[in-house]
Design a protein. Structure first.
Lengths: 335, 330
């Protein structure tokens, strides 16, 4: 995988076996590898469809307040007058409540659904950014500096990868809460906010190690190349060699790993919320709604299916898009 | 070889030690008041609070507490609750003041459930996954292969818990095609034991088969293009012998690596499966403990799960180096 910006592709053409001869003939000279990958992606029908689905959810999340206002409802009004004595909603889909109302509380389903897209996307995105940044820096340092730095970081990677992720995530929640004086001393809003940051922290903490290992391996082979030697020989400072010379050559593995991390994090966030260790009331979240809705799935299937469809469509689109991105950047893995 | 094993063992032990220190730090140093956290906020009397403080020596330095905990793992220790002294035999992973039982005992009582779940799953995933994968590799590029690979990609992109939940709700309750998940010890009623685990096995197995099929297909495609396969074909060996005897044996090595880690991870609690199908395994134990803030149990389970993963990692490495001598050199 030798992909880099035009000024640092010395030696790439020396391995014609790994390149695609047809492709090089078809693409005009001077296109950057990222550009080539993007062009490939645009021709991939599955990728385009998935990207539009993802875009749809991003728009829903951004425009959630507007959409809720358009419907005329909000996420926290209890419409108890429309709930019967057993907690079942007495109304279905109405012009006032586009997706009906929640059993027991009577809150508006549509408003909670559009707001529910927010935590999934924000947490997944932030965790990816943080995890990727840490992974890249750690991988660069370990691969380039070598010696004891490499040994310490490699050991850390092994350590993190051998921790049981789900169990640790579950264990961290009560710990962090007890640090803040226990869940009983917190207001629901405080608790929900703490959970939000704990989730990002946990996902990023377990997410960086895999990428760091890949980056380290890539850097180990790159640092022996002529352009790095040349940079070192003319006295370029280490951080500049790392971030100006090496980093552009690592775009492909970074983009691939990040695009596969996002769906994994959306899945993990909703899964943890489903288990009761993720987001809590009053923050609307799909995973938590699914957990509650399993008690009502016979009487009110729509209540269960809304978040189920939301998560499934979002994760499926993100995962297939990630797969297409990997194929575009690294044609050798193509099926 | 001996050097390789020794080096691997040292690094595995260092990871176990680090996990022990990390979990201890997490549970006993991070909370400002571990006794209150262990005692819980509901029904925590002053007497119980003091009992816990005394029992865990929380008034003494942290290093001493850690030494106590570590020694307890190897030789056991005593706990006094409500005036009764209970011995927590080695390997003692702490004491659950909520259940009035040593943590090891609680984990031991739940482990058979998780183990049965994982064993059945392992059989399913290895047989079906590898079979489908190698069939697809043999017919590479055909319509069937492409349809299969696309469908496995789509299935494995849907979150696992959604699939499991939908099957549990709709195929076992609304339309009772499959038996409902429940736990019956095999010694009590073997038929009920199988019936209760059948649906969880199938869901876990079929869902994860998709990734195993893709791994084994990829590895088989590579192996089938090797020179020695061509040699075997040229010798006039039958297609079946070439595929299943020559290619599959080396094609399976990477699959076995992933398999080992996957099984180790699941043994620490197949949390979603246990929660959705209501099986009282390790994962369920952790979730229950979370609900009543039973920190010693969570800590013990985390430790056990980490040790299982590290041990399996070690075994996979050793096994790998036995099969493929090139590994030892790196």
């Amino acid at each position: 995988m030798s992909i880099g910006s035009p000024d640092s592709t010395v030696g790439v053409e020396e391995h014609p076996a790994s390149a695609e001869p047809v492709r090089t003939a078809a693409t005009p000279h001077g296109k950057s590898p990222s550009r080539i990958a993007f062009d490939r992606l645009r021709k991939d029908k599955v990728a385009v469809i998935c990207a539009s689905i993802v875009l749809f959810f991003v728009l829903v999340a951004i425009l959630a307040p507007l959409l809720a206002k358009l419907e005329g409802q909000d996420i926290s009004t209890f419409n108890t007058q429309q709930i019967d004595e057993f907690g079942y909603p007495t109304i279905g889909i109405t012009p006032d409540h586009w997706f009906g109302i929640e059993p027991k509380t009577g809150r508006d389903n549509f408003a909670r659904w559009v707001y529910g897209a927010r935590p999934s996307l924000i947490i997944a995105f932030l965790a990816t950014v943080v995890g990727t940044a840490i992974g890249v820096v750690m991988g660069l340092l370990a691969g380039f500096l070598g010696g004891w730095v490499d040994r310490v970081i490699s050991w850390l990677i092994d350590f993190v990868l051998s921790l049981p992720f789900l169990l640790f995530a579950i264990a961290l929640v009560p710990i962090v809460e007890s640090l803040r004086g226990g869940s009983f001393n917190l207001t629901p809003e405080d608790q929900a906010n703490i959970r939000f940051y704990v989730l990002i922290f946990v996902l990023a903490f377990f997410g960086w190690a895999g990428l760091a290992r890949i980056i380290r391996g890539e850097v180990l082979s790159l640092r022996e190349r002529e352009f790095v030697l040349a940079a070192k020989a003319i006295g370029v400072p280490t951080y500049q060699v790392l971030f100006k010379e090496l980093l552009p050559n690592l775009v492909a593995p970074i983009v691939i790993s990040a695009s596969l991390a996002v769906p994994a994090y959306v899945t993990a966030e909703a899964g943890l919320s489903f288990l009761g260790v993720g987001l809590v009331e009053p923050k609307p979240s799909w995973g938590q709604t699914i957990a509650v809705a399993t008690n009502w799935y016979k009487a009110d299937p729509l209540y269960l299916w809304l978040p189920v469809i939301g998560i499934t469509a979002l994760v499926l689109a993100l995962a297939l898009l990630g797969d297409a991105i990997r194929d575009a950047f690294d044609p050798k893995t193509r099926r | 070889m001996l050097y390789f094993v020794a080096r691997r063992l040292v690094s595995a032990l260092s990871v176990v030690l680090a996990t022990l220190i990390a979990t201890f730090a997490l549970f006993f140093i991070a909370p400002t008041d571990p006794a209150a956290a262990i005692c819980g906020e509901r029904n925590c009397t002053q007497q119980r609070y003091e009992e816990i403080t005394k029992n865990l020596h929380l008034d003494r330095p942290k290093v001493e507490q850690f030494a106590d905990y570590t020694i307890g793992i190897f030789v056991g220790r005593d706990f006094t609750t409500s005036g009764v002294t209970q011995h927590c035999a080695a390997p003692c992973l702490g004491f659950s003041f909520k259940n009035d039982r040593p943590v090891t005992e609680l984990i031991g009582s739940r482990f058979p459930v998780t183990l049965s779940l994982v064993l059945g799953y392992a059989v399913l995933v290895l047989t079906i996954g590898v079979f489908v994968g190698s069939m697809a590799a043999k017919r590479r590029g055909s319509l069937g292969d492409r349809a299969l690979m696309t469908s496995t990609l789509v299935v494995s992109s849907v979150p696992y818990y959604i699939v499991a939940l939908m099957v549990a709700l709709y195929l076992t309750i609304v339309y009772p095609i499959l038996p409902r998940g429940e736990w019956t010890p095999p010694s009590e009623n073997f038929g009920k034991f199988i019936a209760g685990l059948l649906t969880p096995w199938l869901v876990l197995g079929v869902y994860n088969c998709t990734s195993y099929a893709r791994y084994s297909r990829g590895s088989m495609v590579e192996t089938l293009s090797e020179d020695y396969i061509r040699t075997a074909r040229a010798k006039g060996l039958s297609d079946r012998v070439v595929t299943y005897k020559h290619a599959l044996r080396s094609g399976l090595i990477p699959v076995v690596t992933i398999f080992g880690l996957d099984i180790a991870g699941s043994l620490g609690g197949a949390i979603f499966t246990e929660r959705i199908f209501d099986l009282p395994g390790l994962g369920q134990l952790v979730l229950d403990s979370l609900n009543n803030y039973d920190l010693p149990v969570i800590m013990g389970t985390v430790l056990v799960a980490s040790v299982i993963i590290v041990a399996m990692n070690f075994l996979v490495d050793i096994g790998y180096s036995l099969i493929d001598p090139r590994v030892r050199l790196s």
